[in-house]
Design a protein around this ligand. Structure first.
Ligand SMILES: Cc1cc2nc3c(=O)[nH]c(=O)nc-3n(C[C@H](O)[C@H](O)[C@H](O)COP(=O)(O)OP(=O)(O)OC[C@H]3O[C@@H](n4cnc5c(N)ncnc54)[C@H](O)[C@@H]3O)c2cc1C
Length: 623
């Protein structure tokens, strides 16, 4: 029994079943030391909500045993059974793994797990787990209104005046004399998927979106934009994109899909409506939310929960520029109306070297501007193909073969700390593949790095959503000198027609675009909900010392306040758990971890998070 090759499906199943039966038995017997022994010394157990309504992960026998001793007695898990057939795989240094999904139960929930077994002492006789994921799939008493739990209506016509589906749908959108249980602030992809998840749990939900039309957040982005990741990882929850769609989805196609999705999932979205802010009343367990309605009037609503889905960027980060008032040209932030500028034959300085800076520089160059990019700090650059594809090879491999929920679970079973380990060699491979491009960039003085812990762009994306560029063409223009580069310096001051740099060189400029990033999202919470709420919520994004994302998807330190956002895969996968957390709280199945009255300023988890979750890697110093 030394290799999985040549084993029959029945034999693979036997190995998997034996291991799972062992786990079941030892957990039932509360023999946590022996449970921990079923996992490699270098193994990981990640749990999403099963034991204490948290996202948590543990590494190594000792951590796992200690954790189980604390949590498993109070929240027993049982009824482990394998789901489908096990299959061979590979991860990191393990070239042969046996992987399978399984189901289990708790008193309140049906759970789902995924495990990667590896052989122990060279044999498959008694394999051990390298990664183990357990998660809540559904609340037993409140399954999703989906598939076999669809609504079934009486087809007989009771009276000719009975309300039909359209009547009820129209009424549910209005919230005329009632409040939603959940208000989702922002109707981008994350807000819409969140609302869809909540709707399937029969939770009254309102999405408030300030733009005129669902999808405008994408329509209003630059003309040539297509999604930067392949379609295989960008499916929306419940409704995958049609097979006929292209690999890279054009922005307007995605925008129209969002409109279709909202209608199809029967979401209640109020457009042209802005959430101004709110306060929480801990005794009533309700928010008082102020909304600016399309007619300019203010409406006040009282939902029990808020999900902030306002995007990954907070308020624009605008550096102080000496001599700004003397400058005769235009200065604007990248979040401003850059597409409306007449840039032909103009000299433009793009301050910053992140994705927005590159996109704007490329776009302006195409529109006939003379563009110079100002880079202060190094970033990571990777080619779109092959390098940017590597981190989501799992999704590419499984596209059309496995349901996206399965792939999401396989991805979620790798905690961030392990992901970082795996990405070190992967990022080196990327640098090797992109050697020509990177050498070209170095030659013109472009500053490159590979992340704070040598793990490349993907960990930067997960940690900060910033500090990297996937080359859709701007890097080639920089290498070719079509976009000029000024690196390693800052802006000393501006004169009427010039930008003077910290090395005393200068540039004649008509326009300065500040692609200088955004302030941390916590600042937006502060602006809308005040200091108390912002301090309780804590930093958003970044990875905390507990190895989980800070302040997003999971419970925050503020009762009734959740955050969603980020790339489509994260928003899709983790909205499932946010919705379950909210449902469990609404149905009284769980208490909030930190209540309003006894809350310390920052919850324990948030306290371990990095302070500046969204760094501005390309912000120039103003000297
Ligand atoms: C060029 C480019 C390519 C990308 N490619 C990919 C890709 O391939 N795959 C991927 O997953 N991601 C990609 N992304 C990232 C993507 O933009 C973000 O992941 C996504 O837009 C974040 O979605 P969101 O719903 O969190 O926020 P947003 O899309 O920013 O939506 C937030 C919404 O909140 C609304 N809002 C804000 N404040 C308020 C308020 N006070 N009241 C009411 N409404 C408010 C806004 O109008 C907006 O509609 C790409 C981004 C760019 C720029």
């Amino acid at each position: 029994m030394t290799s999985l090759t040549n084993k029959t499906t029945a034999q693979l199943r036997q190995i998997a079943t034996n291991w799972l039966a062992g786990l079941d038995k030892l957990l039932e017997g509360k023999n946590y030391s022996a449970v921990a022994d079923m996992i490699l010394e270098d193994g990981y157990w990640r749990d999403l909500l099963t034991f204490r309504w948290r996202f948590e992960n543990f590494h190594g026998r000792r951590e796992i045993e200690t954790w189980l001793s604390q949590v498993a007695g109070a929240s027993p898990v049982y009824g482990f059974r394998i789901e489908g057939d096990p299959f061979p795989g590979a991860i990191g240094e393990y070239s042969e793994t046996l992987e399978f999904f399984f189901e289990f139960e708790t008193a309140l929930a049906n759970g789902r797990g995924f495990v990667r077994l590896v052989k122990d002492h060279g044999s498959w006789e008694h394999p051990k787990a390298f990664t183990l994921l357990t998660s809540v799939r559904e609340l037993k008493a409140f399954p999703e209104v989906t598939a076999r739990n669809r609504y079934r209506e009486d087809l007989r016509v009771a009276t000719s005046h009975a309300k039909n589906w359209q009547d009820r749908r129209n009424a549910s959108r209005l919230f005329e004399d009632n409040d939603p249980d959940v208000m989702v602030v922002g109707g981008g992809q994350a807000g819409l998927m969140m609302a869809a998840r909540l709707g399937q749990l029969d939770i009254k939900t309102l999405v408030v979106e300030k733009t005129d039309r669902i999808g405008d957040i994408w329509r209003n982005r630059y003309h040539a934009l297509r999604l930067h990741n392949e379609i295989c990882m960008n499916h929306f929850a419940y409704i995958p994109f049609p097979d006929s769609w292209p690999v890279y989805i054009p922005k307007d196609k995605l925008a129209n899909w969002m409109e279709f999705y909202s209608e199809s999932m029967e979401l209640n979205v109020w457009n042209k409506t802005t959430v101004l802010g709110g306060e929480y009343d801990s005794s009533r367990k309700k928010w008082t939310m102020r909304l600016r309605m399309p007619d300019g009037k203010t409406r006040v609503m009282h939902p029990a929960n808020i999900v902030m889905a306002m995007g990954v960027s907070g308020l624009p980060n605008i550096p102080r520029l000496e001599g700004r008032d003397d400058f005769a040209g235009e200065i604007l932030h990248s979040s401003g109306p850059v597409d409306d500028l007449d840039v032909k034959d103009k000299s433009v300085l793009v301050v910053g070297a992140g994705t927005s800076a590159h996109d704007i520089a490329q776009n302006f160059h195409l529109r006939g501007a003379r563009v110079t990019m100002l880079q202060r700090s190094p970033i990571t650059v990777v080619s779109l193909e092959p390098s940017s594809l590597r981190p989501y090879e799992l999704y590419r491999r499984n596209d059309g073969i496995r349901p996206i929920y399965d792939t999401d679970m396989m991805a979620a079973s790798v905690p961030y700390s392990l992901l970082a380990k795996l990405h070190r060699p992967m990022s080196h491979q990327m640098a090797e593949d992109d050697k020509e491009l990177l050498d070209g960039l170095r030659k013109v003085g472009f500053l490159l790095d590979n992340g704070e812990d040598d793990t490349g762009y993907f960990l930067k994306l997960l940690r900060y959503q910033a500090g990297y560029y996937l080359n859709i063409g701007a890097s080639d223009l920089i290498v070719a000198g079509e976009i000029k580069l000024k690196s390693g310096v800052g802006i000393r001051h501006l004169t009427e027609k010039q930008v003077i740099f910290s090395d005393d060189s200068s540039l004649d400029a008509d326009i300065v675009v500040l692609a200088t990033g955004y302030r941390p999202l916590q600042d937006s919470v502060r602006a809308m909900f005040g200091d108390d709420v912002a301090d309780r919520v804590g930093p958003i994004w970044g990875i905390g010392e507990d190895g989980e994302a800070c302040g997003i998807y999971a419970e925050t330190g503020q009762e009734g306040f959740y955050v969603t956002g980020g790339g489509i895969p994260g928003a899709r996968a983790y909205s499932r758990y946010t919705a379950l957390l909210i449902k469990a709280a609404l149905e009284g199945l769980r208490l909030p971890r930190v209540t309003h009255s006894d809350a310390p300023a920052v919850s324990k988890q948030a306290a371990t998070c990095q302070r500046d979750a969204v760094p501005e890697p390309a912000t120039p110093p103003v000297s």
